[in-house]
Design a protein around this ligand. Structure first.
Ligand SMILES: [Zn+2]
Ligand SMILES: [Zn+2]
Length: 255
């Protein structure tokens, strides 16, 4: 699988973009920077977007990509998420007030976006991949995704603090090529991390040891808060016995 990093930060500045990743130019994972970080042609090439949860830093560019795709006459973009995520998108985002309801535009029979409900731990085929959502531990309903292609799987956790079920499922997942994992705050901000449902390097290192192949698995870290970037990077560099890489904008992997 071809993975492109469009946005990989837990905040925004001119040098930092919020979470958005692209598989094989056709499947987006989260929508934090799909339009601020991609040209129109690449925006229109997407078939679907997996949404981990409804926090703004993961959904915001659904608004602008819908607008661009409507004007470009692109096929409907599948927006896939679990029940609460889709309910929040419908009620609070594409609600005809904050932003138009793009499931009815330009017409209800040929809309700009279509919602696809993901039931936790049930496999759904999306854009040619087998996708499973596993609920993780955040302040609102939030999912991880296990995305299976022809040659193996990758895992992506949305925002989370310490969690259990994801590691149980990953321990039973064959051919796991890589994992994208969040880490947000430095160890000194562990109270803030706990109340906001995020990891520090310390909590991440403890949690990841629940995975039996943690030494080998390429683990790609994202969602670092720009304010704490250097500190979190330094603390991650001290974690031993894991295969960690901190992601940067524009990174491109073949997995
Ligand atoms: Zn969040
Ligand atoms: Zn976030």
């Amino acid at each position: 699988m071809d993975l492109k990093v469009i946005g990989c930060h837990g905040g925004e500045t001119p040098k930092h973009r919020t979470s958005a990743f692209i598989l094989d130019d056709k499947l987006a994972i989260d929508a934090g920077s799909l339009t601020s970080g991609m040209e129109l042609k690449a925006q229109c090439a997407l078939e679907a977007c997996l949404v981990s949860h409804a926090h703004l830093d993961h959904i915001r560019d659904l608004a602008t990509i819908a607008d661009n795709r409507l004007q470009n006459g692109c096929p409907p973009l599948i927006v896939a998420g679990t029940k609460q995520t889709l309910a929040i998108l419908k009620k609070h985002f594409f609600n005809g007030l904050l932003w138009p309801d793009f499931t009815k535009l330009p017409t209800a029979s040929k809309p700009t976006i279509e919602y696809l409900l993901l039931k936790p731990e049930v496999t759904t085929v999306i854009a040619g991949y087998k996708v499973r959502s596993i609920l993780v531990s955040h302040t609102i309903e939030c999912g991880a995704f296990i995305i299976e292609g022809k040659n193996g799987s990758i895992a992506y956790s949305g925002d989370t603090g310490p969690t259990e079920r994801l590691w149980e499922v990953l321990n039973e997942t064959p051919k796991l090529r890589a994992m994208l994992m969040e880490v947000s705050f430095p160890n000194s901000e562990h109270k803030l991390a706990k109340v906001s449902g995020h990891h520090t390097p310390e909590s991440l290192a403890i949690d990841m040891r629940k995975y039996k192949y943690v030494k080998e698995l390429p683990t790609l870290l994202y969602h670092i808060k720009p304010v704490f970037e250097r500190q979190v990077e330094r603390e991650c560099a001290k974690i031993k016995g894991m295969n960690l890489t901190i992601l940067n904008l524009g990174d491109h992997f073949l997995l």
